[in-house]
Design a protein around this ligand. Structure first.
Ligand code: AMP
Length: 454
């Protein structure tokens, strides 16, 4: 039984969302005071069973935006799903993200009797098969392992009432699309479908119509806009000086408490991790060539602060929520401009500040230009380092503004964020109200996931 007094403060902030007491209690314990804009705008539709395409900036609470209405629906519509059955299915592109979403469901649903499990590749399936055998209310999965177990008849999707594609644009791109189509064909078409992402290219929005029925589109900020609280800078440097520059930055800048460094290749990630470890900068690497246990271990060391630097490929660019990442460093710029938005979104989460540094060599100038077109703003140039290459700063790219879909609406840089935040982000000021202890820096907040684990 929940004491009314203990949930009063939560009900004040979340009352318009009509969430049930056990969920409010969990939010209260997480010190969530107010819904974020995506939660405030999406949840009322979702609790009514509407399909939804949701777009909001990185780190602004999309997981709770879909998890809370699903938990509420499960609780209010108790049903025995039978052996190997699944009532709600959440698909995510990476194993780490799937684990994290599962953890969020556990936390938000801790006062409900919800059976849930997470399945992903790279580990033996026996435990996953056992967890599925009596049926689950919530299944979080990566598509490959889900299809394997579906083909082996270790699970049934005929009772799925809610489907979520997190990082929807990634899930609907060519790599995942065939799997997603197969999975959807095994789910009743009467299901509720929710698609969420921070970036939604127009071709994906078109494609999404095949998966949604009469959807509501909720866009809190323009797609691909970056959180205001991320200070973004570019450092021009010759390719052969990049690792010296990275070392210089990590050694000189004491404000870098926890840095996520992105490379384009697995080999590159290993090479940099080795080099930094040699100069006594505690570093781990995470990429697709590592075993799943090594991946989870590296992430855990980074979360807990045992290593200061995690070098990663783009498997870590989406969705990962690690508290206290002060800096994201693009050692190499991504070829896809959307990846930039996701990568730098690993910092400045839940209303905190963060810094994103991009090391750009001559061959990457055109990527930089595409990124600037995508996010509709130019990055500030940081020349305050011994390796600055003015010739790269001066280099013209040939990538033209008119080629960018983002400028087709005629809005120039800078306007995009501001005007849309004002018009759509109704509660900008309280978009991240969490009870912080007085005097405690926001960046110093405890890692909730570590706290739960301990
Ligand atoms: P997400 O974008 O779902 O990964 O969430 C980013 C971070 O925001 C996570 O650390 C969540 O715990 C946190 N968060 C989500 N919703 C709220 C809220 N209403 N108030 C405060 N923090 C929140």
């Amino acid at each position: 039984m929940l004491a009314n007094s203990s949930i009063q403060s939560v009900q004040t902030g979340f009352k318009t969302l009509d969430l049930i007491n056990p969920i409010c209690q969990a939010l209260h314990e997480e010190k969530y005071i107010l819904p974020t804009p995506i939660q405030e705008q999406a949840i009322p539709y979702l609790v009514k069973g509407r399909d939804l395409l949701g777009c909001a900036q990185t780190g602004t609470g999309k997981t709770a935006a879909f998890a809370l209405p699903i938990l509420q629906w499960l609780e209010q519509n108790r049903e025995v799903v039978g052996p190997k059955g699944v009532r709600s299915l959440i698909l995510a592109p990476t194993r780490e993200l799937a684990v994290q979403i599962g953890e969020s469901f556990r936390v938000y649903g801790r006062h409900l009797r919800i059976k849930q499990t997470v399945i992903y590749g790279g580990v033996r399936p026996a435990l996953q098969i056992r967890a599925l055998s009596r049926g689950v209310d919530v299944l979080v999965a990566t598509p490959g392992r889900l299809l394997d177990l579906l083909n082996q008849r270790q699970l049934r999707l005929d009772k799925v009432g809610v489907l979520v594609l997190d990082e929807a644009d990634r899930m609907l791109d060519m790599g995942f699309l065939p799997d997603i189509k197969k999975i959807c064909s095994a789910i009743p078409s009467s299901r509720q479908t929710m698609l969420f992402s921070a970036t939604l290219p127009s071709e994906i929005v078109k494609l999404s119509r095949n998966f949604l029925s009469d959807p509501v589109k909720v866009t809190v900020n323009p797609p691909s806009s970056t959180v205001d609280k991320i200070e973004q800078k570019v450092l021009f440097v010759d390719r052969e000086n990049k690792s010296d520059l990275l070392e210089f930055i990590l050694e000189e800048d004491e404000s870098i408490q926890r840095a996520l460094v992105f490379t384009r290749t697995k080999h590159g990630a290993n090479r940099i991790a080795k080099r930094l470890s040699k100069v006594k900068i505690p570093t781990e690497a995470i990429h697709g060539n590592k075993s799943q246990s090594a991946r989870l271990q590296a992430l855990e060391k980074f979360r807990s602060g045992r290593v200061r630097v995690l070098v990663a490929t783009d498997i870590a660019s989406r969705g990962l929520d690690v508290d206290g990442i002060t800096h994201v460093i693009n050692y190499e710029l991504p070829k896809e401009a959307e990846s930039y938005v996701h990568r730098i979104g690993r910092t400045a989460r839940a209303g905190t500040d963060g810094i994103a540094l991009s090391l750009c060599d001559a061959g990457e100038k055109s990527y930089l230009r595409k990124i600037e077109l995508e996010i509709c703003c130019s990055l500030n140039i940081d020349q305050n380092h011994p390796f600055h290459a003015q010739s790269i700063a001066n280099k013209k790219t040939g990538v033209r503004k008119s080629g960018s879909k983002n400028f087709s609406d005629g809005r120039g840089r800078g306007n995009r964020n501001k005007s849309t935040v004002r018009s759509e982000g109704k509660n900008k000021d309280f978009s991240f109200s969490r009870n912080h202890s007085p005097g405690k820096p926001v960046n110093g907040k405890k890692n909730i996931r570590n706290r739960r684990a301990s």
